[in-house]
Design a protein around this ligand. Structure first.
Ligand SMILES: *Cc1c(COP(=O)(O)O)cnc(C)c1O
Length: 371
């Protein structure tokens, strides 16, 4: 029996009726652009994020790009972020006209190291962009105190962390509640995935929300009146309808992922050559990915390929070593934790619909390789 890395068809069969009915409602009214499902989803996602405003947009990438644009960044301005993330985190900083400044990660959680952020601040620093990698929140308490002391904005990249929580000063705080603006992605493989591209920004800053609403619609609050130059980055109404139909199941899907993660970790703790993911005790992880550190990672991958077990490496080349950022002057060894993580990390299938038998197959394959 093969176990795929992700099986969206398995999920489809459980949600088909609800989602198709929601889509047909849009089709029958022919309100494809900014139909009622869009503001409805915006309200629901803002509520989930303990934020005042949700602003739908075309992708997770745009959900990061537009708040960066709203900072009016000038050439030479710097935004501090992690090199151990999906490319969009840093690509958007570049595309907004600023310079990404990469700092190292904490080896246990793979998230940005607040002490390294602090050391990297210069007079040109404008913002910090933490990523809640794999579905567990970064150390927001520490990051917020640094940002506050220096007058910097935090843009949370929560593309992998919708619904993740962290206990701070004894209270549960959620991804999206703490930064100035937070970006979500609804890419199909994310915990809440659309049937196409989609994204959303959430914020509790009224002025920022107004600005972001304009930026996603060619810079105008009123049609044919343009205060500034924006772009077309609306959330498609059909996608909003899909997401609204799926949203009530998000919490149970994330709970299922946590259950699978606990099962893997229990079994894999006995395998000396791998290190299961560390959950910061303050965090409730949503396991967008279940990521091990593995000895002889590349050979393990070859073995898993041979025995039909899905897996993936997020991310094989840290962003400070990408050719497009060579001009920034980072070298091999500049950010050793991120570099080591890119050599050791391997993610296993963790989607909610996995069966016990499938989980056991994955575990057996890993045991078999190291035996
Ligand atoms: C998926 C992802 C994005 C980008 O989202 P898209 O919807 O694919 O544009 C940004 N950051 C991270 C960390 C992601 O995982």
């Amino acid at each position: 029996m093969n176990v795929p890395m992700l099986d969206l068809v398995a999920q489809y069969s459980t949600i088909k009726d609800d989602v198709l009915a929601a889509m047909m409602k849009v089709v029958e009214t022919q309100q494809f652009i900014m139909g009622p499902a869009v503001p409805e989803l915006e309200t629901a996602v803002a509520r989930l994020s303990h934020a005042k405003h949700g602003i739908g947009c075309a992708s997770g990438t745009d959900a990061l790009l537009l708040p960066l644009k709203a900072l009016n960044l000038q050439l030479g301005d710097e935004v501090i972020t992690t090199p151990f993330t999906f490319f969009a985190t840093a690509g958007t900083i570049h595309n907004a006209g600023a310079t990404p400044v990469f700092v190292d990660i904490q080896p246990d959680t793979f998230n940005i190291d607040p002490a390294a952020v602090k050391r990297a601040i210069t007079p040109r620093t404008r913002a910090i962009m933490p990523v809640h990698l794999y579905g567990q929140m970064a150390d927001m308490l520490e990051l917020m105190s640094i940002a506050k002391a220096k007058g910097l904005k935090i843009i949370e990249d929560a593309a992998q962390a919708i619904g993740a929580r962290r206990k701070m000063d004894g209270e549960w705080r959620v991804a999206g509640e703490l930064g100035w603006v937070t970006g979500y992605s609804f890419f199909p493989s994310k915990n809440l995935g659309a049937w196409g591209d989609g994204g959303m920004m959430v914020t509790s800053d009224d002025a920022a929300a107004d600005r972001l609403r304009k930026l996603r619609l060619h810079g105008g609050a009123k049609q044919y009146h343009h205060d500034e130059v924006g772009t077309n980055s609306r959330l498609d109404t059909l996608q909003a309808a899909v997401l609204l139909a799926k949203l009530p199941r998000l919490a149970q899907w994330s709970a299922k992922r946590r259950e699978h993660a606990a099962y893997y970790t229990k079994a894999l703790t006995a395998v000396a050559q791998v290190k299961p993911p560390v959950v910061d005790p303050a965090n409730e992880h949503i396991f967008h990915q279940y990521t091990l550190r593995a000895e002889r990672r590349d050979a393990l991958q070859a073995h898993l390929n041979k025995v039909g077990i899905g897996h993936a490496v997020y991310y094989p080349i840290p962003l400070h070593r990408q050719p497009c950022f060579e001009h920034l002057g980072y070298k091999d060894g500049s950010l050793p934790q991120a570099e080591q993580a890119s050599r050791e990390a391997i993610s296993l299938p963790i989607y909610p619909e996995l069966t016990r038998t499938q989980l056991d197959r994955v575990i057996d394959a890993i045991r078999g390789f190291y035996r």
